[in-house]
Design a protein. Sequence first.
Length: 364
Amino acid sequence: MASTGKKKIAIIGGDGIGPSVTQEAVRLLEIYRDRARLPLELWELDLGADRFLRDGTTFPNQIQIAIQRECAAVLLGALGDPRVPGLEHARDILFGMRFGYDLYANVRPVKALSDRLVPLKDRRAKDVDIVVFRENTEGLYVGMGGQFKRGTPDEVAINEDVNTRKGVERIIRAAFEYARAHGRTKVTMADKSNALRYAGELWLRVFGEVKAQYPEIISQHLYVDALCLLMIQDPSQFQVIVTNNLFGDIITDLGAAFQGGLGMAASANLHYPASPADTPRVAMFEPVHGSAPPLTGKDVANPFAALLTAGMMLGHLGWPEEEARVEKWVTTAIDERMCTVDVGGTLGTRAAAAWVREKLAAEL
Ligand SMILES: NC(=O)c1ccc[n+]([C@@H]2O[C@H](COP(=O)([O-])OP(=O)(O)OC[C@H]3O[C@@H](n4cnc5c(N)ncnc54)[C@H](O)[C@@H]3O)[C@@H](O)[C@H]2O)c1
């Protein structure tokens, strides 16, 4: 990590709406750097589909190493471009960070900021405040498997679901530690152990062992299908959810619907140190949404997920009051309809983000 006292942030806008919403978040960080004098150094990287199509570059090894060595965090927009149907660059960059830096905890707050955005009957914003801990380095996303007799009537496609004792234990422990540190009293573990017997048995057994070390926290096990039903019926019964890579991905899109859509959902990719001797890792922050190709270049994408993500990053870097400030002004923007069409406003991407930044800057 940089020894200058500055916190260096690598910025990767990526593809589709990624660069435009990330640009708005970068302008927010520039205000913090220039006006509030936060010691931030911003390092914009030219990576994504355009670069890949231009010269074949995805995620060069020296960049991967430099980020780990010099940066406190990465701010990523989104990756995925129809011109690269094989998603080669997206996989290299995204998994190069998640897997390469061993960012095993994908922390996704499912928090509604306004009653108006909660689509559930008789539910209000106060009923939607869950933090999902999604395992981020294993499961079906490791890319192990293969195809056999492709293109023939007998073809076979296999994706392996990898679950290690270490991987399962550390994400479950991270969820309990988070609950303990943040005054949350309940942790729910979701799996599908009735059908996925071997992996499920490992998750269940480890959950039983870890939860015994947190007797003050109520622990609950649910099959993931039942959890989805219960989330829709009454999200207020959940506080912290821990689950595997695939289920966490799906649950948090469902959760985003309670927040006003994917334009409102932020996330962090973290490596909680296993011991004081564990090497500190760079952390990576990204909105939950993808590159939304149909919205690209139209100034309609909601920038608030990106702003909230930058806020999460500031909280992680040691400025939790600034995380709260970003959330406060995004909430006010929603309340005053100074927002994009997807959340009931009439503003474009740039104007909605500028409104938040102006209000926030006036306070600094
Ligand atoms: N972490 C990532 O970079 C990531 C995550 C998910 C999807 N993707 C990629 O993104 C591409 C598109 O995937 P998708 O369509 O399934 O998911 P998506 O998140 O891009 O879009 C899903 C829906 O949400 C809407 N949406 C997303 N972000 C929005 C925003 N900021 N404001 C308003 N509406 C928004 C879209 O219009 C669409 O209706 C694919 O290439 C996919 O692989 C990348």
